[in-house]
Structures are given as C-alpha cells and as structure tokens.
Design a protein around this ligand. Structure first.
Ligand code: NAD
Ligand code: ZN
Length: 344
C-alpha cells in the first residue's frame, strides 16, 4: 500500500510503498478515506526537538482519519460494539493499556502507558490503518466523512470546553488554532455568554468569529482589557481555555480571570515556562490539565452535538488529494488555514 512516511531523520515527509499494517487478534483494519493534518504532524514534518526524541524512523504518521472497516482480528466481536464490516468509522488515536489503575477505573484518558497512533505505532496517512477494535467509533449516518476525520482535534476541543460548566459564563480562549476555534463554537453552542478568543493571526481570528466567538482579538493590535471594557465586563473571565501553548497568552489569561475562575489547559507549554503564582493563589484559581479525549464520553458528546446542530464545517478550509500532500503541509505550515484534509 501507499503511505506518507517519516522515512528520514530530517525535515519533510515522503510517499512510499510499504506493507499493510498487521492486525492483531483484537484489532480492526480500516481503509482510510479522509485524513487530516494535525499540529503534531507539523512537528514531525519539521523534525523539531520533540519529534527527534519521540518518533522512531521510519514511521507512518497521521492520526486524524475516517474510513471503513475492512477486516477484523480473530478475537474481535464487532456485534458487541453494534458494528459490522463495511461500517464508516473514526477512531481514538490513544491506545491505552487496559490494566493500569486508571484504565481499570474507566479513566482511559489518564492511562500512564498510552501509545499514540501515528506517533508510536503506524498511523493514518496510509491506505490502511490498524487500531484496536476498542478504539473505533462508528460514525452516525448523518455525520460526514470530513467531520469524522477531525474527531480527534474536535475531541480535544470538546474535552477542554466541557471540563467546566459554561452556561451563562464569560469565557476566554487563548489561541485560535483549529482546536481553539472549535472550542469557541462549542462554548457558544452550550450557552456561554461572551466567548472572547485571542490570537496573533487575523486569518484564524476571522474564522473564529465566523464560527461563533463573540469577539476575536488580535493581541498585537488591541489590549484584552479594552475588549473587556467594551463588553462591559467589570470583574473578569469566569472560565479560561488555554489553547495556544504560548506562555505570554497564558499570563494574559491569569491577569484577566475573575477571582475563583477556572482554567482548562490544553496547550503544551515550552519546558520551564514560568507563571506568577500570586495570581493563581490570591485569585483562588482552579487549573486543570487536559489530555486527549475521554474514552468514550467525549466521543458520544461530539456525535450528539453535531446531530443537535453544532456546525463545524467551516473549520475545514482546505482539501487535497493525498498525492498533493505537499500542498497540504505547506498551507498548514503557513498558518493561513483551518483544518486541512487529505483524500484517498
Ligand atoms: P495551533 O498551533 O494551530 O494553534 C495555536 C494558536 O496560538 C496559533 O493560531 C497561534 O497563532 C496562536 N498564538 C500564538 N501566539 C499567541 C498569543 N500570544 N496569544 C494568543 N494566541 C497565540 O495548535 P492547535 O492544533 O489548535 O492546538 C492547540 C494547542 O493544544 C497546541 O499547543 C497543541 O500542542 C495543544 N494540543 C494539546 C493536546 C493535549 O492532549 N493536551 C492535544 C492536541 C493539541
Ligand atoms: Zn492504562
């Protein structure tokens, strides 16, 4: 089969011929129809320090996808999942151990032995990908292949946005990447009042406004405080969703949170990023780290929110044939995009 592989320990990604992934007794083989490019894939493409220490070469990359079940392992009983061969599916890319304390408690997103599809095991930039049957999510008939292909980042947005009650609250989202923008749409959908999103990229801020943010702020042009005054916010934000991974953005969040505010942190900060702990302590802030998606509570909520009318379709801004993958990586790298989908 054809696959996009990190074939060399240098910048880039290469289309190669390789064998179909093996399926173990508990796995299913999925024929990939759509696969999306994630920020993680850009780190791997750019071969930054994180990628160099994490990714074994060669490795088939990619973990955001939708496709069709074509083959199952000897121990798989699809009927237990109300599925059958030929079903349209997406899948959770975190493969968890099943026997650690958290897995056994049904808290699989906290598994200490998580293995990542397209990071530690072959991924979805390929004609076929193999994952444990347990990880598969059957796409309802009214959810498109495109949406199915972005359930992974949509799941990060959902897990973070639903970490705290947003009804009637004023929400600050730092970072209007694809995940921040989807979180803004979710926050409005579930009933937040003001949803203010910050970035330094006008293209993305415009997209965020189109998708439901009440106010999109380019922090290089306008101080956040001015925006709060315009909105008549005298006390501060009730809920913060950190989705930039940029320390100065997080500092501005700590500055503008109301006392007793709650922050869910998804963005991955650089090593050693420091904060003013006085803000956390004297404001009595609550901060919660968010990793991945809840298995599979987040997935059920995602499907249900789309069926209830949440419209995320504008987040897919570019689509290319897999043979034009280089164009996809270029536009993703330029920052002038939402989600970029590659089609087989
Ligand atoms: P992204 O890199 O596309 O988005 C980050 C955005 O932050 C960019 O649009 C960037 O312009 C913006 N930004 C830069 N400086 C800023 C500033 N000073 N103020 C506000 N915004 C600023 O990333 P993404 O794919 O949307 O993911 C969001 C974050 O979540 C990233 O840090 C990513 O690594 C992280 N992430 C974490 C998990 C997890 O499980 N914890 C999963 C996926 C992604
Ligand atoms: Zn585990």
């Amino acid at each position: 089969m054809k696959a996009l592989m990190k074939a060399k320990a240098e910048e880039g990604i290469w289309m190669v011929d390789t064998s179909r992934p093996a399926i173990g007794p508990n796995d299913v083989l999925i024929k990939v129809k759509r696969t999306a490019i994630c920020g993680t894939d850009m780190h791997i493409y750019n071969w930054d320090a994180w990628a160099q220490k994490t990714i074994p070469v060669p490795m088939t990359v990619g973990h955001e996808f939708s496709g069709e079940i074509v083959e199952i392992g000897s121990e798989v009983h699809l009927e237990h999942f109300n599925m059958k061969i030929g079903d349209r599916v997406s899948a959770e890319g975190h493969v968890t151990c099943g026997y650690c304390r958290n897995c056994r408690a049904g808290q699989r997103h906290l598994c200490r032995n998580t293995v990542g599809v397209g990071v530690n095991r072959p991924g979805s930039f390929a004609e076929y990908v193999s994952v444990p049957a347990f990880n598969v999510y059957k796409l309802p008939a009214d959810i498109s292949d495109d949406m199915g292909a972005i359930f992974d980042p949509y799941g990060n947005a959902t897990h973070t946005a639903l970490a705290y009650d947003l009804v009637g609250e004023d929400v600050l989202i730092t970072g209007a990447g694809p995940i921040g923008i989807m979180a803004a749409a979710i926050a409005r959908f579930v009933g937040a009042r003001h949803v203010v999103i910050t970035d330094v990229n006008d293209y993305r801020l415009e997209l965020a406004e189109k998708m439901g943010a009440t106010c999109a702020v380019n922090v290089t042009k306008k101080p956040l405080r001015d925006v709060m005054n315009d909105l008549g916010m005298t006390e501060g934000f009730d809920i913060g969703l950190e989705m930039s991974g940029v320390p100065t953005a997080f500092e501005s969040m700590l500055d503008t949170m109301n006392h007793g505010g709650k922050i869910a942190m998804l963005g991955i900060m650089p090593n050693g990023a420091g904060i003013d702990w006085d803000k956390v302590i004297f404001k009595g802030l609550e901060i919660k780290g968010i990793y991945g998606r809840r298995m599979f509570e987040t997935w059920y909520k995602m499907g249900a929110m789309l069926q209830a009318g949440l419209d995320l379709s504008p987040i897919v801004t570019h689509r290319f044939s897999i043979n034009d993958y280089q164009k996809g990586f270029d536009v993703m790298g330029s920052g002038q995009s939402g989600k970029v989908i590659l089609e087989w």
